[in-house]
Design a protein around this ligand. Structure first.
Ligand SMILES: *Cc1c(COP(=O)(O)O)cnc(C)c1O
Length: 460
């Protein structure tokens, strides 16, 4: 198959949502009123919002048409049949359990498979996924390559499982303590880094040898497929549709936050091969979400999701999506600003510790950068560093800081153009030019849990 070089966004814009850059004095005021925490900002306070790519995608005309055609039957809805067909055709799974987003899907699957004292090897779990393993009485074990924790090491598949680590866990804990193995594609927590088909195949073989089922967290399986197409030998000529099918063929089932690659604003699911496992999970769905044909979604949401599943595997669409993230990363790197490398599938992660070497981790460089970029150009990103991840000793003594102090610029799908990316990169450059005069932040007030959402900060 021959491919044309990409030209521009593979869509034209039918509906627009106005955005405005509020004046600098207004931004200054909002920073102070909001105690230096950008979670306090309102939509109209922000010019370009890169807080997350979760549920922030723009739906297509075809998906919006599906919203009108949604069938709201309590049982046996037509839209559920469309969703089931799409899951079968695109992902290759027979059974679908619809949930309102990714985390209930995780909770239902884990509650069904795990018991107290279980161990679950992962490359790396997403935060809600790890929390749901713990909530089920289990412990997750990260088996990703060490390089995943090094922001500067450029490897094509930094999300891969280290097979020696996995073998060690299997030996040490024993197969009877391990109800399943899970791979997150792409590895969101590790910077949106992909997992290769070769790695999936090897993990699957190892899992089979021990009689342990393999599951995927497939929220970003299409971004992952794009990286496979670009980087893995033998996949250059395959379509994204074929690669997604092959990826998921190695899994017994998957949890799926549809707010990511599936291009809807709300929705999730478990997709499975095995009827027996499906039958064990659905009582939980009926108890916590809703009947088997709608679960946590309305019929119209299922209809939009069914259409999103077909749209997400369009080769031009996904190439444009990931290349836009790469474009922003390149622009930022050209200015000499350090980021996690290679640039991941959904976000640019700026190394805030290297950006502000004079600000110690105890003064939250990632949050400082978030505030300064908003001050500079009205762009909101999110700090993922000490404020989010630091932990105090049981005795309340020593504080343990995370290895990475990152500032994430997450790109919503089909929402912004590359001109927006330029504005973001140029704003960041202006902060870079005055970085030496920027001071750290300290905590004025913080809750015990979910600190970075609610903390109040002030300049040191
Ligand atoms: C967002 C996300 C989840 C959680 O899904 P929600 O829809 O936010 O509940 C799980 N895993 C990955 C990889 C994600 O990106």
């Amino acid at each position: 198959m021959s491919r044309e070089p990409l030209q521009a966004e593979p869509f034209k814009i039918k509906v627009v949502e106005p955005i405005k850059l509020p004046p600098r004095e207004y931004r200054e005021k909002k920073i102070i009123e909001g105690d230096y925490n950008l979670f306090t900002l309102k939509r109209d306070d922000i010019y370009i919002d890169l807080l997350t790519d979760s549920g922030t995608s723009a739906m297509s005309d075809n998906q919006w048409a599906g919203i009108m055609l949604g069938d709201e039957s309590y049982a046996g809805g037509r839209s559920f049949d469309h969703l089931r067909q799409a899951v079968k055709n695109v992902l290759g799974f027979e059974y679908v359990i619809p949930t309102h987003q990714g985390r209930p899907a995780e909770s239902f699957l884990f509650q069904t498979l795990m018991k107290e004292g279980s161990f679950v090897p992962f490359n790396m779990p997403f935060d809600t996924t790890g929390a749901n393993i713990k909530a089920g009485g289990g412990t997750y074990i990260e088996c990703v390559y060490d390089s995943a924790y090094e922001s500067k090491e450029v490897l094509p598949f930094k999300g891969n499982i280290d097979l020696d680590k996995l073998k060690g866990v299997l030996r040490e804990k024993g197969a009877d303590k391990i109800p399943f193995i899970m791979i997150t594609i792409t590895n969101n927590t590790g910077g949106g880094q992909p997992v290769s088909i070769a790695n999936m195949r090897e993990v699957k073989m190892l899992a089979d040898q021990h009689g342990i089922p393999l599951f995927f967290d497939a929220a970003r399986c299409v971004e992952n497929a794009y990286f496979i197409q670009q980087r893995e030998e033998g996949y250059r000529e395959k379509t994204i549709a074929e690669i997604v099918q092959e990826e998921l063929s190695y899994a017994e089932g998957c949890t799926f936050s549809c707010k990511k690659d599936a291009l809807v604003n709300m929705g999730g699911m478990i997709a499975l091969r095995d009827k027996e496992l499906y039958d064990r999970i659905i009582p939980l769905l009926i108890l916590k979400e809703g009947f088997i044909t709608y679960g946590g979604m309305s019929g119209r949401d299922e209809e939009a999701l069914a259409r999103g599943l077909y749209e997400m595997i369009d080769d031009e669409y996904i190439a444009n999506r990931v290349q836009q993230v790469e474009y922003l990363g390149q622009r930022i790197n050209e200015y000499g600003i350090p980021t996690v490398l290679p640039i991941g599938g959904h976000a640019v992660f700026v190394d805030a510790a290297a950006f502000f070497p004079h600000i110690s981790q105890s003064q939250f460089p990632a949050e400082v950068l978030a505030v300064e970029l908003y001050r500079e150009c009205g762009v909101r990103g999110v700090g993922l560093g000490a404020l989010c991840f630091m932990e105090e000793d049981e005795e309340g003594g020593e504080i343990h800081y995370p290895k990475l102090e990152l500032f994430r610029l997450t790109i919503p799908r089909r929402v912004y153009t590359n001109r927006h990316m330029d504005v973001i990169a140029d704003g960041l450059k202006r902060v870079w030019d005055r970085r030496e005069s920027v001071k750290g932040l300290k905590i004025k007030w913080a809750p015990g849990v979910l600190r970075h959402f609610l903390a109040k900060l002030e300049p040191v």
